[in-house]
Every structure is written in structure tokens, then in C-alpha cells.
Write a protein that binds this ligand. Structure first.
Ligand code: GLN
Ligand code: ZN
Length: 774
């Protein structure tokens, strides 16, 4: 020990696991979409190659010692992995046979991602609790893997050509299998993980090829290990890494995890013969530090310490990160510095935000700024004095931020503190409210309604673009929106829907629309983050205490209601979703921020009520998706999530009907919370999952009203009245019909008017049929 203490620890190095793919100008989006529109493979590949080179150059110039490769993707890295392993669904093999032309491989790749006229794409789902979506590999008992390592090899060669030390980043075998699903037609009860013995040798081959190509290290990502895993799965982890480590000629292996603490998996990895671990030490994963110390560290191994939050946009607390690193020095053979996860989840560069208040910009750190933080900390580990200046200016900025009036609004904080239990409770229980609402609204059984948005037509988008550019005046814009609302109300009356909506033409996006009108939020102009494939979103940033400046939706709602004698539903985005699709504050618990948003929405809800709106919907599509990865953290999350919804909605009178809406299926884990929301009506995505939710709600004895979506709006197909009748009838068979509604399973903004008109007419006909007894 004395020996070790006096000898110099190995020098720390800087690295990252991945960098945004799109380029400063989203060149990748244009190139990919250009290819889909008939462009050449050469053009696409040359843009991609150029972007990869540019990224490597940025990393090198920033001073990153070891760069990642294979983190780049034309669409998605899980799709890349499926292709690399030959896990290509049969339908895509047949639809796009691979010949020796360079385009056929690409075409098949994009067919898997997007489908073709004849075959469906692979399923897409959320990447853990981020807003990135990956394609779900489809496996069956007969799947034979076949390695095609050309992608990582090519990217490795590109980095080596630039003289860089590069570490290929590869999705690990356990995560690949656990993120996959059984293909349709697979044997009953088939589990993808059962293929691990067949898969491991392919990883062995891959390691050998990377070794031969000059890779000294390879990173195998196993993010599934931060979710609750059984001892059986952990035993597979142990076995597969023992097998990989036994390969003869291979690079050293670092197993990476991120987003949460490793829990029991930490010990398994620590004992495995791999040479390194990359661990997240930020946010909910900070616990990894204590856990690592508790098991005595990983002596003899390399530790890549994710001490810079790779998922949020705030300037790091360098002093705290440095202290963590210094503690970690004693717990591993060598400690390198990184972000907690790939920088894919944050925008590219704060310097691309000319419109941001410079003071605010100084508090932010996007991907490019995080590189600087990592490099600074890397210097700091070898001696604090080396970065004294940086520590000081970082500390000063953080103090300024914490006391800035842009951040703190004492009036908001006082209002939030004053919230009491009564504010989170409706005046009367559901049964009494329902009685009054029935009398006021006069709805038939199985009332028909829609979820909010109607098609966003080219005219609407043109008007919005014009308003932004200044070629359309606010008055002209408002008139275009009113015209649209008249059209949508007229259409709904003609079709015979019972509860109408105004159609949300004025909303670019259900979060951004409100973020722009609330104090405490800021928007970016270039803060693009990949959502899936060529789709990017620009999440707003919650900077400070949130409050409402003035009514946000009341004028539109009032106008829509003035056009019809039927009830028009007011439409708001709920507090959890307002947080989930934004970058949130790191200086107070999310529960605090959610409460502030809840208060702002409560004012809006009460204003809508006073304006005569009798039905108000508060959407919470993200409630399920931000559920913490570890089960132990879920109850406290659900508590504040439910409370913030109640705060927003519970202030209304009994006769005002509160709706909520959720989509992105799989509500099983949150049924209890759904009951606690105490919405009078909830509409849910259901059509794609064979209305399973109705069984679940029936067995949970859901006490209020529910509209299980009978039309899957994600597809342009028009379901017939007979089909909709059958779905409704199946719901009626399982759930009291006096508490059921008939509606689509999400908003209609991506659909065309042709489909909308036809399907809604079928929906009304189906409801009439079922009301009349089948
Ligand atoms: N009210 C929103 C709409 O109809 C809901 C969108 C959503 O659930 N994602 O567009
Ligand atoms: Zn929805």
C-alpha cells in the first residue's frame, strides 16, 4: 500500500462515449432525407464521412485523448447493431434482397427503419428514460447471427487515419438481447436472452477483428444493467463476459453503463475479468460512488468516470465533480474522465444560440462545452492547482445563477409553499361530480370525442412560418387560426361528435406552445436533439421559477365555444409532460418545478372554467415514460407526478369535467397513479394493443370514466364502422358502458382530412350502433 501511495498514479485521460450525429446545420438530416427522396448513396455516404471526420476533429481539437467510434449512425445505433449481427427480419430480407450494389445494403437498412410499401418497419421504442427512440430487433429461436463488422472497422480506420486513439463503442450482448423482442411467429415463450450462447461467439469474432485493426480498447455498452435484473440475468452477464475475456486476441474491454445506479450488477462487473468499467456518477446514478467504495473499488481495472451530466444542459459543478474524481482515484487502477452517457442527448453547441441572453448562455453547457469541462477536469485530477482559474470562474457563475432574478421568483416560491392538501382534492367524489356533469353536458352513453389536434395543414404551417418571418401580421395569423377553428368545429358538428375540440391549429408543439408563454422557460434556435432517425426535437429549457404571464389558451377556447352549442373541450399540457419534454433544472428537485407548472396550469384551468368551458383536458402522455428506471424510485416519482396533476386540475367546480389523455401504451405500472389522478375521464392509447387496457382498468376497478382509443391514429388506414363497433363492443363487454367513451387513441395532427372525416364518421356510427345494443 505504501508503495502505491508514494508512486504516481497513472495519468488520467479524457474521453466520451458519443457525440451528436447531425452536424451544425443538421446536414445529416438533409442528406438522409435527400437519399430517401431519390438521392444517390454516394452523396449520402460522402456527407456522412465528412460529418464523422468533422466530429473527430472537434473532439481532437477540444483535447479529448481517446475518441469514440461507431457511435455515429445514419439512423439508430441499435439498428446498426442488428445489421452488424445479421439479425435482419425475414420480411426485410425478402423485400430488399442485398445484391452487390452499394445501395441495396442501405435500402434494406432504411426498409428496416421505415418499412416499404409492402412491409412494416421494425418497432420503435424509447431508449430507457430518454427522448431518443431505437428500433427493436426481432429475434426468434431460429435466428442465426452473422457478423458484418464493416461499420465499426471503417470508422476505426477513419479515426486512425487522423492519428487518433479510438475506442469502438458497441452495444453489448446482454443489452442487445434484452432490448430485442420475440419476432412474430417465434415459439411461444421464446426469450431473446436464450440466444446468448449463439451470440457470444459473434462478439468474439468482432473483438478479434477490432484487435487486428489496431483497437487497443473496445467499449461494450450494457445500459440494461441499470434496470432491475434477476440473479439469473446477472449470472448470464458474468458468464458472457468471462467468455469474451477469454478470447485470445482482443482489445481490452470496458463495460459501460449509464442513466442509473448499477446496483447488484456492479459487483458482478467488478469481479468479471474485463479490464475496465465506465460508470455514471451523476443524478440518480450518483449512488454508484458509495456503492463502488463499499465493494472496495475495482483495483487493477480502468475506470471511466462519467462525472459530467450527459443528459442535461447545465454548466457542471466542477468542484463537486473534481472531488468525486479524487475519491475515485483510490478506487481503481486508473481513472479517466467522461460524460455520464453519450452526448447524443444534448444539443451541439451553445455558441450556435445567438439569441440567448449571454448571461443565460454562460450557465449552459451543450455537447461542445461539455468536452471542455471534461478536459478541464482531466487536468484537474492531476493537481487542483492546474485548474484553479477554471474552478473559480465556474463557481462564480454558479453563484450568480443561483441568486439571479431570472431564476428565483419569490412570489412563485411563496405560492408553491402555500399549496395545501385541499388544493389537491376535488370538492366532491367522482359519483357526485358525474351526476352534475351529466346534467350540465347532456351527453349520451358512449359519448364521442377526439383527443385534441386536427390535421396541421400546409396553410397552418405557412401562416406560422410567415408570422415568424414577419410576412404575416399577428392579426392575419389570428384570423387564419380562427378560420381553421371554424372549419374544425363545423366538421365535428356535421359528423355528429358529442364533445368537440378547437383542433389546436395554433400549436407548433404541445410543450413548446406553453413553454413560450410561461415565465421560467427559454427556447433555443439550434438546440436540436435526435428523437429518432432523421427527426430532431428542440426541447425548451426550464431555467427558473415557472409562472403564467397571462391566459394562454382562453381566447381560442372561448372562440371555439362561441361557434357551437355542443361542449368544446379546453386543451392543456400537464405538468409532468411539460417537464419530460424539456431540459429541467438541476438546482431543485423536479417535484418543485412540477408544482410550479401545476400552479400555472391551475390558473389557466380556472380561467377556462370562468370563460364557460365545461370540459377541460390536461394531457399527460409522458407520465409513463419518465417513470424511473429502478422500481424503488417509482413511488416518490408517482407521488409528485400525481400531485402536480391534481394541483392543476382539482380547483374546478363539480360540474366542470376534467379529462386527461395518455399514450405510448403499457400502463400496467402506473394504474394506481391513473386512479389517483381522479380525472373524470381518461382517454388512452388502446387500439394497437388489442384494447388490453380495458381489461387492466376493469381488474383495477377503475372508478371513473374511460375512453380506450379505438382508432390507431399512427396509421393512415381507415378502420371501418364494423371494426370500430367490434372494438367498442369488446370494451362494453368488460367495463360498465355508462362510464365508457368512444374516441381515437391520440391527436389527429399527423393525419390527413380524408382519413379523419371518414374514420370519425365511422366512429360516430359505431357508437350509435353499440348504444342501440350492438
Ligand atoms: N392533445 C394532444 C393532441 O391531440 C395530445 C398529443 C399527445 O398525446 N401526444 O395532439
Ligand atoms: Zn396521445
Amino acid at each position: 500500500m505504501t508503495d502505491q501511495a508514494t508512486s504516481q498514479p497513472p495519468i488520467s485521460q479524457s474521453t466520451v462515449y458519443g457525440y451528436p450525429r447531425q452536424g451544425e446545420d443538421r446536414e445529416l438530416k438533409r442528406a438522409v432525407e435527400g437519399y430517401w427522396a431519390g438521392g444517390t448513396a454516394e452523396d449520402l455516404q460522402s456527407v456522412a464521412r465528412h460529418l464523422r471526420q468533422q466530429r473527430l476533429t472537434v473532439l481532437r481539437n477540444a483535447g479529448i485523448d481517446e475518441v469514440p467510434v461507431n457511435d455515429f449512425s445514419l439512423y439508430d445505433h441499435v439498428l446498426d447493431m442488428a445489421v452488424m449481427l445479421g439479425a435482419i427480419p425475414e420480411r426485410h430480407r425478402q423485400a430488399v434482397p442485398v445484391t452487390d450494389t452499394p445501395t441495396s445494403k442501405l435500402d434494406r437498412y432504411f426498409a428496416m427503419a421505415r418499412g416499404t410499401a409492402d412491409v412494416a418497419p421494425m418497432e420503435m421504442t424509447k431508449w430507457f428514460d430518454t427522448n431518443y427512440h431505437y428500433l427493436v430487433p426481432e429475434l426468434r429461436e431460429s435466428t442465426e447471427f452473422e457478423l458484418d463488422a464493416s461499420k465499426p472497422l471503417e470508422e476505426l480506420a477513419e479515426a486512425r487515419e487522423l492519428g487518433l486513439r479510438a475506442r469502438p463503442v458497441i452495444l453489448g450482448p446482454i443489452s442487445f438481447l434484452l432490448l430485442s423482442k420475440a419476432a412474430s411467429g417465434a415459439r411461444q415463450g421464446f426469450e431473446p436472452l436464450s440466444l446468448v450462447d449463439r451470440l457470444a461467439p459473434k462478439y468474439g469474432e468482432l473483438l478479434q477483428l477490432l484487435h487486428d485493426a489496431g483497437a487497443g480498447w473496445v467499449q461494450l455498452d450494457e445500459p440494461v444493467l441499470v434496470t432491475d435484473q434477476s440473479p439469473q440475468v446477472l449470472a448470464q452477464v458474468r458468464d458472457v463476459y468471462a467468455a469474451l475475456a477469454a478470447e485470445q486476441a482482443r482489445p481490452k474491454i470496458v463495460v459501460a453503463s449509464y442513466f442509473e445506479r448499477l446496483g447488484d450488477a456492479l459487483d458482478v462487473l467488478a469481479k468479471s475479468p474485463v479490464e475496465g468499467l465506465a460508470i455514471d456518477f451523476t443524478g440518480p446514478a450518483a449512488q454508484n460512488l458509495t456503492d463502488l467504495a463499499a465493494i472496495g473499488g475495482i483495483p487493477g481495472k480502468r475506470l471511466i468516470a462519467g462525472v459530467i451530466d450527459g443528459r442535461n444542459v447545465w454548466l457542471a459543478d466542477l468542484q463537486t465533480a473534481l472531488s468525486a474524481l479524487v475519491t475515485l482515484l483510490a478506487l481503481a487502477d486508473r481513472v479517466d474522465v467522461s460524460a455520464s452517457c453519450s452526448l447524443l442527448h444534448v444539443p451541439l453547441d451553445v455558441r450556435l444560440e445567438p439569441d440567448l441572453d449571454p448571461q443565460v448562455a454562460a450557465w449552459l453547457s451543450f455537447a461542445r462545452q461539455k468536452l471542455d469541462e471534461i478536459v478541464t477536469l482531466t487536468r484537474g485530477v492531476s493537481g487542483k492547482a492546474a485548474i484553479a482559474e477554471e474552478l473559480e470562474s465556474n463557481g462564480a457563475l454558479r453563484v450568480i445563477r443561483s441568486t439571479s432574478p431570472l431564476v428565483r421568483d419569490e412570489a412563485v416560491r411563496a405560492r408553491a409553499t402555500a399549496v395545501g392538501a385541499d388544493d389537491l382534492r376535488r370538492h366532491s367524489p367522482y359519483a357526485q361530480r358525474a351526476e352534475q356533469q351529466r346534467r350540465r353536458l347532456g351527453l349520451p352513453t358512449l359519448p364521442t370525442t377526439t383527443i385534441g389536434s386536427y390535421p396541421q395543414t400546409a396553410d397552418i404551417r405557412k401562416a406560422r412560418a410567415g408570422l415568424r418571418k414577419g410576412t404575416v401580421t399577428p392579426e392575419q395569423y389570428a384570423e387564419t387560426m380562427r378560420e381553421e377553428i371554424r372549419k374544425v368545429i363545423g366538421l365535428q358538428e356535421e359528423i355528429g361528435l358529442d364533445v368537440l375540440v378547437h383542433g389546436e391549429p395554433e400549436r407548433n408543439d404541445m410543450v413548446q406552445y406553453f413553454a413560450e408563454q410561461l415565465n421560467g422557460y427559454v427556447a433555443t434556435v439550434n438546440g436540436w436533439v435526435q428523437s429518432y432517425g432523421s427527426r430532431y426535437v428542440r426541447p425548451p429549457i426550464i431555467l427558473g421559477d415557472v409562472s403564467r404571464r397571462q391566459p394562454m389558451t382562453v381566447e381560442w377556447g372561448k372562440y371555439a365555444q362561441s361557434l357551437t352549442s355542443r361542449p368544446v373541450k379546453g386543451m392543456l399540457t400537464g405538468p409532468v409532460t411539460m417537464l419530460a419534454w424539456s431540459f429541467v433544472r438541476d438546482d431543485q428537485p423536479q417535484s418543485e418545478t412540477a408544482r410550479q407548472v401545476g400552479l400555472a396550469l391551475r390558473e389557466e384551468v380556472l380561467d377556462l372554467e370562468s370563460a364557460g368551458i365545461g370540459v377541460i383536458q390536461v394531457d399527460e402522455p409522458a407520465l409513463r415514460e419518465t417513470l424511473p428506471l429502478r422500481k424503488e424510485s417509482r413511488p416518490s416519482y408517482l407521488r409528485w407526478a400525481v400531485d402536480s396533476f391534481l394541483l392543476a386540475t382539482a380547483g374546478v367546480r363539480d360540474q366542470t369535467q376534467i379529462h386527461t389523455h395518455m399514450c405510448y401504451a403499457d400502463f400496467e405500472d402506473i394504474l394506481g397513479a391513473i386512479v389517483e389522478l381522479d380525472a373524470d375521464v381518461i382517454s388512452l392509447e388502446a387500439a394497437r394493443s388489442q384494447m388490453e387496457i380495458v381489461d387492466e382498468l376493469a381488474s383495477a376497478q377503475y372508478p371513473n370514466e374511460v375512453g380506450p382509443g379505438v382508432w390507431d391514429i399512427h396509421s393512415p388506414r381507415v378502420p371501418s364502422a364494423a371494426e370500430l363497433t367490434e372494438r367498442l363492443a369488446s370494451a362494453v363487454a368488460k367495463f360498465p358502458s355508462d362510464r365508457l367513451w368512444a374516441n381515437p387513441d391520440c391527436g389527429l395532427k399527423t393525419r390527413g382530412y380524408g382519413e379523419v372525416r371518414e374514420t370519425l364518421a365511422n366512429l360516430v356510427a359505431a357508437a350509435q350502433k353499440v348504444r342501440a345494443g350492438g
